[in-house]
Write a protein that binds this ligand. Structure first.
Ligand code: TRP
Length: 458
């Protein structure tokens, strides 16, 4: 298989830069703009950031390389990639389950992700109308609660997100995904830089810098280390079939190692810049940095509402959040659409429509779980939380573990070596060792902790 070099039936990225843009677009999302700054604050600031960087380097990047090589070697979507590779390695056919798990994870993440993306979209207009200007904290939190309480509002916004997402994906790799990231990613970056500039001028910038970067190892806990590890995994969009599928469209002769490092670095820089944009503004208005989900949708609007040009920059902030969510959303559904095209032979547009109907139906249940069915609980969670917990804490770690085992133990060293093109170098041996031992062990510890079987919380 190594010799006959083919391209994917879905096409390929026009260049390695577009691939980096697309993969970074997938990685940069709510995780960077909301979650990273907030968990950093909770877990000891700078010390946590250092641990996070180590996790990205020794677990995130190798797993990403493993995923990309699976896609790139076969030029197919996850399910078919696993079928082909297992044949090649003479491995157990059951490994196809890993492809299904990955594809399904992406599909299910998109259901609740599109609800949150809908909030971001709605907030562009709320912020833009000047509704937050001079409003009290109570009024602003009432805006958020009211939105959640209205099923029709949530369903309309999330439907717009889904329709747009599928419309882009339906156009194909070069005309759809590629065009979208070509405009959205530079847009996102420009807004982010403007916001950091604004926060330098109008916020308590040095306080924000200290909050993010001053390492205080006495505040770092075992739990903090696990949070860093889990987040490294989530923020790089691993184990959801995305990197496999995007890897399938990677042009020949592109270094998987170098591009993975570039994507991880870009993702990290965006997360750090987002922290620098948000915290100085929060501090300048004497607000708390650890408000959880409310940080972005309540605390930040309160801050913008008090500040000069707050309407303008507040609107820009939610536009940025929406762009970040869109470039992730399109990547989440691409594996399923590619699979429908490969397996059922549907034209892309129709495949997108089919995938979209299912996503919409599940997203509907997610949206309704904030209001109509908010009393219905399973394991003390509503449907939205259940989707989030099930994917982030169970399906993704399990997928990551299997990817590490598959690429480092099941696939032959010849085939991984020929994909990674690292020769017999130290780099290859390091990758293999990390994937064979370090990654599985780290994921198992994280997994057991998430399930509450062992307690490293102290
Ligand atoms: N990386 C995204 C973020 O930081 C979230 C995410 C997790 C994701 N898994 C994904 C996005 C898979 C796209 C595909 O917000």
């Amino acid at each position: 298989m190594a010799e006959e070099r083919k391209t994917s039936i879905h096409g390929e990225w026009s260049s390695r830069w577009v691939y980096i843009l697309a993969a970074t677009g997938s990685a940069v999302g709510l995780g960077n703009i909301w979650k990273f700054p907030y968990i950093t604050g909770e877990n000891g600031g700078g010390a946590f950031v250092m641990v996070y960087l180590v996790c990205i380097a020794i677990i995130g990047i190798p797993v990403m390389m493993g995923e990309v090589l699976i896609g790139h070697r076969t030029k197919k979507s996850p399910v078919n990639a696993l079928i082909d590779l297992s044949k090649e390695a003479g491995a157990w056919k059951g490994w196809v389950a890993l492809g299904w798990l990955a594809m399904l994870s992406g599909y299910l993440i998109l259901t609740y992700y599109s609800v949150v993306a809908g909030w971001a979209l709605a907030y562009i207009f709320k912020a833009g109308s000047g509704a937050f200007t001079g409003a009290s904290a109570e009024e602003i939190s009432a805006v958020f609660d009211e939105m959640l309480a209205q099923p029709a509002t949530l369903v309309i916004w999330m439907s717009i997100v889904i329709v747009f997402t599928l419309a882009i994906v339906g156009q194909g790799v070069q005309k759809g995904l590629e065009q979208a990231v070509r405009y959205m990613m530079p847009g996102l970056l420009i807004i982010l830089i403007l916001l950091v500039g604004y926060s330098m001028n109008s916020g308590k910038f040095m306080e924000g810098v200290a909050f993010l970067f001053q390492p205080d190892f006495s505040e770092l806990t075992a739990r903090g280390v696990l949070v860093a590890l889990g987040h490294a995994f989530f923020t790089l969009s691993l184990a959801s079939g995305v990197m496999m599928t995007y890897g399938a469209y990677l042009p020949e002769g592109t270094s998987i190692a170098k591009t993975s490092i570039a994507v991880a670095a870009a993702d990290t820089i965006v997360a750090l810049l987002a922290g620098l944009a948000i915290f100085p503004i929060v501090f300048a208005n004497d607000l708390s940095p650890s408000e959880g989900p409310g940080l972005v949708f309540v605390t930040l609007p309160i801050a913008f509402g008090q500040m000069p040009f707050g309407t303008f920059f507040g609107t820009l902030f939610f536009l940025m959040l929406t762009l970040a969510a869109f470039t992730s959303a399109i990547s989440l559904v691409e594996p399923s659409v590619a699979w429908l095209v490969e397996r059922v032979g549907l034209p892309r547009g129709r495949a997108a429509l089919f995938a979209g109907i299912g996503i919409w139906a599940i997203a509907l249940i997610c949206a309704l779980s904030f209001n109509v069915t908010s009393e219905m609980r399973l394991f003390k969670k509503n449907f939205f939380d259940l989707m989030d917990f099930g994917t982030s804490n169970i399906m993704l770690p399990l997928g990551g573990l299997l990817i590490a085992i598959y690429t480092a133990w099941v696939m032959t060293a010849e085939s991984t070596k020929s994909e990674l093109e690292l020769g017999d170098s130290h780099a290859y041996t390091t990758w293999q060792t990390l994937m064979r031992y370090v990654t599985p062990l780290a994921i198992i510890v994280m997994f057991l902790n998430a399930l509450g079987l062992i307690d490293l919380t102290q």
